[in-house]
Design a protein around this ligand. Structure first.
Ligand SMILES: Cc1cc2nc3c(=O)[nH]c(=O)nc-3n(C[C@H](O)[C@H](O)[C@H](O)COP(=O)(O)OP(=O)(O)OC[C@H]3O[C@@H](n4cnc5c(N)ncnc54)[C@H](O)[C@@H]3O)c2cc1C
Length: 491
């Protein structure tokens, strides 16, 4: 309800227009976006080559593209497979009412106060509305991100999906699909800002019979027809935030029972992600030795994050919810028109009408369709670091081992040189760069880091052009002074 009021009734159009002028002035004062400076590169047929293709127009794609433009890397394109206003998880499978984070997050504001979520919200809805706001509604967050695309004048093409990346000489060929029509473009660099699922898709545990889908099972990240679950008995696998959001949604939409099966004896209690979202951690992490990064990643991964208390309270208000702790699911299989969920230590399987799998996301280069060509050559943490046996974690070993600017690194140097021109700014960067490419608090740091790395690498690659450009620069400083010497008389 609050969301509807925010989005429709309370908009201060004049305030927002004033604010947009303030944004334009801030950008002018800062002298951004800088003029384009990389060399103009053409392919063998004389066609212009893109400098950077950014894939994904969620917050990380927006921030990376904005930061590139600010730095004068302006020959870029952003492709986004969703329609405008439907980017990211917020209006599809993020089934909570509000963001889990506090409202005071700055958002991908690129260090410009007028671009923060708060400045936009106050301009659009007024200061009293800001004071009254508890947490940010999903739809409001999407409106803000759409607004950023607009005021930063990002070159986003919606409805365009990247299908594949392949080497093409020193360039990368990107195969794009727009409404079924395929086309290829050449680019010098690629930023994959493809979100949580972009690092390897949904995680489906092996013990679940995949033939249960679509009639008897879905992942929390799927589109689920909750109306069809009215009056039904639902099993939810997992006790994380999304599992709870789906349990609540099912009950709110009329499911008779939800049984949540959780392996742990109790829910995680402390959000260590919040405890580690301070500047030292976010800036310093990638410079730590591998052993340190690995040990802390394992610690945080083992502990897991708690469900926000709002989500727990939302669910507990509803009748029909049962949570089963120490209930490790061994198998989930078809039993006629039911799902049989077999719990470790119990003789009889429990029968449900539908199963919702809340086990999160994979990280595995081999499961990223856009990287199918490159996957075998991508170095992972398992290739680069051998932990002691007690710290071995198979799932974490599959995280790509990224360079300091988010660039992929070759497993065997020299085999696939364009691989290092692809920058993975999504959840797959977590082990190498901590949460800066996955959660909101780090988004500006990630953008600055990847855009800085790309600007540096383009500059080095274009050094001949840069030298000629400096040599050709010829604006006399001393004209109209007694010391002016015309060019023809200079020795
Ligand atoms: C349910 C849920 C709730 C969350 N809540 C919070 C929270 O409260 N606070 C917080 O800090 N973090 C939260 N996060 C984590 C994080 O902030 C979000 O995942 C956020 O969406 C990440 O932004 P992003 O730009 O990396 O990815 P997304 O927002 O997912 O954007 C990626 C975009 O890439 C596009 N894309 C993907 N592949 C292609 C392709 N091949 N071609 C073209 N386009 C493509 C997608 O359509 C998508 O729009 C949440 C995550 C989830 C899943």
């Amino acid at each position: 309800m609050g969301q509807t009021l925010d989005r429709i009734d309370r908009t201060d159009l004049a305030g927002l227009a004033r604010h947009e002028r303030a944004v334009a002035r801030d950008l002018e004062l800062l002298g951004v976006p800088a003029a384009n400076w990389p060399a103009s590169i053409v392919d063998a047929r004389g066609q212009p080559v893109l400098d950077v293709l950014v894939v994904g127009a969620g917050m990380n794609g927006i921030a990376a593209a904005g930061s590139l433009l600010f730095k004068g890397v302006r020959n870029i394109a952003v492709v986004e497979r969703s329609r405008p206003g439907e980017e990211g998880p917020w209006l599809t499978y993020a089934r909570m009412d509000t963001l889990r984070s506090p409202k005071t997050l700055t958002g991908p504001a690129l260090c410009i106060p007028a671009l923060t979520f708060r400045a936009w919200y106050e301009a659009k809805y007024g200061i009293a509305a800001w004071d009254a706001l508890y947490k940010i509604h999903n739809g409001t967050w999407v409106d803000y991100l759409s607004w950023l695309q607009k005021v930063l004048a990002l070159p986003v093409s919606h409805g365009v999906a990247l299908e594949a990346l392949e080497p093409a000489g020193s360039f990368i060929q990107a195969v794009l699909n727009e409404n079924g029509a395929r086309r290829s473009i050449l680019t010098r660099r690629v930023v994959l800002a493809t979100g949580r699922a972009g690092a390897g898709g949904d995680l489906w545990p092996d013990f679940i019979d995949r033939s249960l889908t679509p009639d008897l099972a879905a992942h929390t990240n799927d589109a689920i027809d909750f109306d069809a679950l009215r009056g039904k008995s639902i099993a939810v696998l997992g006790g994380g935030a999304s599992a709870w959001d789906n349990a609540a949604t099912a009950l709110e939409r009329g499911a008779a029972h939800v049984d949540m099966y959780v392996r742990r004896p109790y829910l995680p209690q402390v959000n260590k992600g919040r405890g580690s979202a301070f500047p030292g951690f976010l800036h310093g992490w990638s410079s730590l030795p591998d052993a340190e990064r690995w040990a802390i990643t394992v610690y945080l991964n083992d502990i897991q994050s708690p469900v926000p208390h709002e989500t727990v309270n939302r669910t507990m208000k509803l009748s029909g919810f049962h949570i089963h702790f120490r209930a490790g699911v061994e198998t989930a299989s078809r039993a006629g028109e039911k799902v049989a969920v077999k719990i470790a230590g119990q003789d009889e399987a429990r029968l449900h009408d539908f199963l919702i799998v809340g086990t999160g996301f994979n990280v595995d280069p081999a499961r990223i369709p856009e990287l199918a060509h490159y996957a075998p050559g991508i170095a992972t943490w398992g290739d680069r670091y051998q932990p002691s046996p007690d710290l071995r974690r198979r799932d974490l070993e599959r995280f790509p081992y990224l360079g300091p600017g988010f660039e992929l690194i070759e497993k065997t140097p020299g085999i696939e040189p364009t691989l290092g021109k692809i920058y993975l700014v999504n959840f797959g960067a977590h082990a190498s760069h901590t949460a800066i490419a996955s959660d909101i608090p780090g988004v500006n740091i990630a953008a600055e880091r990847v855009a800085g790395a790309i600007a540096t690498s383009l500059f080095c690659e274009d050094i001949d052009h840069m030298r000629r450009r400096v040599e050709a620069f010829n604006e006399p400083e001393l004209e109209n002074t007694p010391f002016f010497v015309p060019e023809s008389e200079r020795c």
